[in-house]
Design a protein around this ligand. Structure first.
Ligand code: 8YV
Length: 318
């Protein structure tokens, strides 16, 4: 009778560690549903990985559930209000992945501003030898960059860009304590209007859906690059595609997409888009740290102790 179910697809080492805790692994909500009522009745801990919605109906499959330990900082797939109402503790894996995600965001921005794609293509196809110099790209150092969302990851991104002599502008719900010279904007359109490029580091979910709207994209303008390492839901993709196709933006670098991994082919194929398959935290070091934190949260709560990195504060666990 399992006490822990691991939902999602795990690396070999994470899978071995979860199995050592006695976890039964299911790939999807459907596989969870397919377990017998008797097996599901004993499950007290859920290791959750992936982006399939996990709401009240899924939680109802596990009547004894006490903890959902999310593998990732973003928990928009989990209905936290429903979990809290049932006294279920939700945890996540913040901080351990911030460096990786910030490194990737800055790398993607530089790749687009300096137009790596055209250069790589010229070398690979041999046109470098036949057609000579490429069109010039733009200087990265000193660009004005807007960071949309100055949470843990946004702050790491801004700190790195400051080392590139970028002028840092940011939007967050309230002004933050930052180094001198960083400029807070109380509105995403105002932020986009004040900068060359926009790096998105928002949380996902209904509050930020389509926050990067047609108006924000228009305010950024034809020389602008949009980088998104957060969630696909935060960009109005129709507006983004329109701008990318009609010269409304210089380019985009996207690690996340609406409906991923089945993404809009116009974004996958556009020459001015750098598309990546949601690899922000996908390094050996960080994934090991995420797995370890997920399991520590799980075992602490199951042992009746407070979680390391809680998302909610359900009454039943206090
Ligand atoms: C995923 C992420 O968790 O942390 C997040 O919010 O989006 C990623 O690190 C990872 O892809 C596993 O699903």
């Amino acid at each position: 009778m399992p006490q822990i179910v691991a939902l999602g697809s795990y690396s070999d080492s994470d899978q071995a560690a979860l199995t050592a805790l006695g976890a039964v692994t299911v790939a999807s909500n459907d596989e969870l549903r397919a377990l017998s009522d008797a097996d599901r009745a004993t499950v007290e801990g859920l290791a959750f990985k992936g982006h399939q919605p996990f709401g009240a109906a899924e939680m109802a499959l596990l009547p004894a559930l006490r903890v959902i330990a999310n593998y990732g900082v973003g928990y928009d797939a989990i209905d936290v209000a429903a979990a809290t109402a049932r006294g279920i503790q939700v945890t996540n894996t913040p901080d351990v992945l911030s460096d990786d995600v910030a490194d990737l965001a800055v790398g993607m921005l530089i790749a687009q501003v300096r137009d790596f794609e055209t250069g790589i293509k010229a070398v690979r196809t041999g046109t470098w030898a036949t057609t000579g110099d490429l069109p010039l790209s733009r200087k990265m150092s000193g660009r004005r960059v807007g960071v949309l969302g100055l949470g843990r990851i946004g702050r790491e991104i801004a700190d790195r860009l400051a080392a590139f002599k970028s002028q840092i502008h940011y939007w967050s719900r309230s002004e933050k304590d930052t180094p001198a010279g960083w400029v807070w904007h109380d509105d995403p359109v105002a932020l986009a209007g004040a900068v060359d490029d926009l790096v998105i580091a928002l949380v996902g979910g209904p509050d930020t859906k389509d926050m990067v709207s047609a108006k924000v994209i228009e305010a950024l303008g034809p020389d602008g690059v949009v980088v998104n390492i957060s969630r696909g839901s935060v960009i109005d993709e129709a507006a983004l595609i329109e701008a990318l196709q009609n010269g409304g933006l210089r380019g985009a670098a996207l690690d996340v997409f609406q409906g991923e991994p089945k993404i809009d082919p116009r974004l996958a194929q556009a020459p001015n888009v750098l598309p990546l398959p949601h690899i922000g935290s996908a390094t050996v070091e960080t994934r090991a740290a995420m797995g370890e934190l997920q399991r520590r949260n799980l075992t602490e709560v199951l042992a009746g102790r407070p979680p390391i990195t809680p998302v909610n504060a359900p009454k039943a666990s206090t």
